[in-house]
Write a protein of this length. Structure first.
Length: 293
C-alpha cells in the first residue's frame, strides 16, 4: 500500500537568557505558578463544561495518570475538546502529539471528497501551528502524525497514548487494510516501556451481535477492545465506570450518533429529540493498558 507521509515536526523552543554579569546584579527568575487541573477545567468555555457530566475529564485524566511534564499522544483530536485541556495541563516541560487516522483510511468514508482529502493532507502541519499558538510560551511542545506514518524518531518517547472515542472507525475499516491493527501497533511503538494506553470508547453490550458492534454504528464490545490491545502487545491493567451511562441501551438498529451532542436522527422530531437528550451521551468503557517494561 502506498503510504502518504505527512512530516510532522515543530517543537516550541525557549530562547536562552544571557548569563548575568554577577550574582548580586541578577534578578531572580520568575517561574509561572503551577496551574491545577481543576482550575484548567473551570476556565473552559460553558459549552465544553456542559459535557463534563458525561465526559468526566478530571477523573479520566487522573485514571490514566496523565501528569504535567509528560509526553502524551492524543488520538483523533478532532474538535480539540480534550486538547484544550491537555495543553495547559502538560505545561512547558511536556509534549502533546496529535495522531489522526491514516490518510489511506479517509477515502473509505462516503463524505470524503477530493477537497476534504486535500485538507486532511495538511492536518499535521495545521495541528502543530494551532497547538503552539493555543499553548503559548508556557505550553508544551507540539507534534503530529497520521497513523501509518509515525516517524521512527518518536518510538519509545511517549508516556501515555490517549484514545477517546477513536477506535470504532478503525475497527470498521480493519478488514479493508488493517487500520486498527496499524494504529494500535504504532501506539505500542510510540510508548516508553511501562507507558499507558488509555481508551474511552462507546460500549456495546456483550449480548449484542458482532454485526452491530463492528464499529459502523459507533459501538464496540469491551472483549473486542481488550483482545485487540492485547494482540498489539499491551497488558490490560484496569477499568473504570466513570464514563458509563446505563441509560444508553441501544437496539440493533440504533447508531451512537442519535444521542447528544450530534442528535443526528431527531432533527425533525422534537419528541424524539427530547427523549434522546434525556438519555444523554453514550455509555462508554474506560480501559487502561500498559506496555510491558
Amino acid at each position: 500500500m502506498n503510504r502518504i507521509v505527512v512530516v510532522l515536526g515543530c517543537l516550541a523552543i525557549a530562547a536562552c537568557q544571557p548569563e548575568p554579569a554577577n550574582e548580586a546584579a541578577s534578578a531572580p527568575e520568575t517561574q509561572p505558578e503551577p496551574v491545577s487541573l481543576t482550575a484548567i477545567l473551570d476556565a473552559q468555555p460553558d459549552a465544553a463544561k456542559a459535557r463534563y457530566e458525561y465526559r468526566h475529564p478530571q477523573e479520566t485524566i487522573e485514571f490514566f495518570g496523565i501528569e504535567p511534564g509528560m509526553t502524551v499522544v492524543e488520538a483523533l483530536p478532532g474538535g480539540a475538546w480534550y486538547t484544550k485541556i491537555l495543553l495547559p495541563w502538560l505545561g512547558k516541560d511536556g509534549r502533546l502529539i496529535g495522531a489522526d487516522y491514516s490518510l489511506d483510511m479517509y477515502p473509505n468514508f462516503g463524505f470524503a471528497t477530493e477537497e476534504f482529502l486535500a485538507e486532511q493532507a495538511k492536518w499535521a502541519t495545521n495541528f502543530i501551528a494551532w497547538g503552539l499558538a493555543e499553548a503559548g510560551e508556557n505550553g508544551p511542545g507540539v507534534a503530529a502524525f497520521h497513523f501509518g506514518s509515525m516517524p521512527g524518531k518518536l518510538a519509545g518517547t511517549a508516556d501515555v497514548v490517549f484514545m477517546v472515542r477513536a477506535l470504532h472507525n478503525l475497527a470498521r475499516f480493519e478488514s479493508v487494510d488493517g487500520f486498527l491493527t496499524e494504529a494500535l501497533g504504532e501506539s505500542f511503538a510510540v510508548l516508553k516501556p511501562g507507558g499507558t494506553l488509555g481508551i474511552v470508547q462507546h460500549h456495546a453490550r456483550d449480548e449484542m451481535s458482532d454485526e452491530f458492534a463492528d464499529g459502523s454504528k459507533g459501538y464496540l464490545k469491551k472483549s473486542f477492545v481488550i483482545a485487540a490491545a492485547e494482540r498489539a502487545g499491551f497488558e490490560f491493567v484496569a477499568e473504570s465506570d466513570i464514563n458509563a451511562n446505563p441509560k444508553d441501551q441501544p437496539s440493533e438498529e440504533d447508531i451512537v450518533w442519535r444521542l447528544p451532542p450530534t442528535l443526528g436522527t431527531s432533527a425533525n422530531d422534537p419528541e424524539l429529540r427530547a427523549e434522546l437528550e434525556a438519555i444523554g451521551e453514550s455509555n462508554r468503557m474506560t480501559l487502561k493498558f500498559r506496555k510491558p517494561e
